[in-house]
Design a protein around this ligand. Structure first.
Ligand code: ADP
Ligand code: NA
Length: 332
């Protein structure tokens, strides 16, 4: 009964990584088609839940937009825009602040991680972050959201908010959105520690491949990636207790559009002395064109702003009537 719509976003908090590309951007591009309308957003209102330097944030918003497009998100086929330019997001988030419960927010592991020990000193926005995320998704009555593993808990909270709203107001106004957590790259791990996710906020630059890294940097980071001395097995099941090795094989598979077992069929019995140069070659071949396109887009900031402006208009056309209907249901 809901129009099939796919929504997702990325924070412009700087330094997008291979994890963001494989877990998010690459899949966003692949989902464009006739099955569902695709709506993608640079979520600057989320980024400012921790302090951002204003000039850097402006640049990062354009850079994230450039990354979407370089990864294949086409502003003619998808709605591509910046969150703060569509006021329905903030307005619906407030309405959801009255639906969501405080206890739900305190349970979020991302809040605990990001707020750290002194959580009383975190911004109120950081605590309410998942209600804004629910607003992002439900402002479009989105039926599916492609995300990485790390966003699973937030998406469950979006479903809880939709269900509670529908229940409290005796309506079927919001869909119960499906998470699309698929493929071998839903959790790309650090190159230095196979138990941590690859992240732009890791203090070690060697732990991640940045979308702005050149071919030499990519090859060097892969050469230095932590591994073990054992030969590779013939299938991914053989890597259960070898997280670093499994991560590199998964990255190879995701970049080459193969299954891990297809990759391992070629490398069975070989060590990382053979595997790493092959992975570096695949990574450079996949990433170099994206890095080059990103810098082409970044050379024309006015054009990026024009694209975002147009996207915001299209997004508002969808979100405004849904917001108005929501307010009407609530009696405001
Ligand atoms: P980050 O977690 O890097 O700060 P965001 O919160 O903006 O980035 O997340 C943007 C998208 O990228 C989300 O869908 C998230 O699940 C995905 N993502 C982030 N890091 C990884 C990773 N290491 N592996 C897979 N997907 C990831
Ligand atoms: Na994240």
């Amino acid at each position: 009964r809901f129009t099939p719509r796919i929504f997702s976003g990325i924070q412009p908090s700087g330094g997008l990584t291979l994890g963001n590309y494989l877990g998010a951007l690459k899949r966003f591009a692949a989902l464009q088609g006739d099955q569902a309308q695709t709506i993608y957003c640079v979520v600057d209102l989320h980024a400012i839940t921790v302090w951002q330097d204003p000039e850097t944030l402006r640049r990062n918003t354009r850079e994230a937009t450039a990354a979407f497009m370089a990864a294949g998100v086409d502003p003619a086929r998808s709605v591509l825009f910046n969150q703060s330019q569509v006021t329905a997001h903030a307005e619906l988030a407030w309405l959801f602040n009255t639906v969501a419960r405080v206890g739900w927010m305190y349970r979020m592991t991302q809040f605990k991680d990001k707020a750290g020990k002194n959580s009383e000193n975190a911004s109120l926005g950081l605590l309410a972050y998942p209600a804004l995320m629910a607003a992002d998704i439900l402002a479009y009555q989105a039926t599916a959201v492609p995300v990485g593993e790390d966003q699973k808990q937030h998406l469950e909270l979006t479903r809880d908010i939709a269900a509670k709203f529908n229940h409290d107001y005796k309506v079927e106004h919001f869909p119960i959105t499906e998470p699309l957590i698929e493929g071998v790259a839903t959790r790309v791990m650090s190159l230095r520690d196979g138990t941590k996710k690859m992240s732009k906020s890791d203090p070690s630059d060697a732990s991640r491949i940045n979308l702005t890294d050149d071919a030499d940097a990519i090859a060097q980071k892969i050469r230095k990636a932590r591994t073990d001395a054992d030969p590779l097995p013939g299938s991914i099941d053989g890597l259960k207790d070898r997280p670093e090795a499994r991560n590199l094989v998964n990255i190879y598979a995701a970049l080459a559009d193969e299954t891990p077992d297809q990759v391992l069929a070629r490398f069975e019995g070989q060590g990382f002395g053979a595997f790493k140069p092959a992975l570096a070659e695949v990574a450079v071949a996949a990433m170099s064109p994206i890095t080059a396109k990103m810098s082409e887009y970044m050379a024309d900031p006015a054009e990026i702003d024009r694209i975002l402006g147009k996207g915001a208009e299209r997004a508002s056309e969808i979100a405004t009537p849904i917001l108005e209907r929501t307010k009407d249901i609530m009696g405001i």
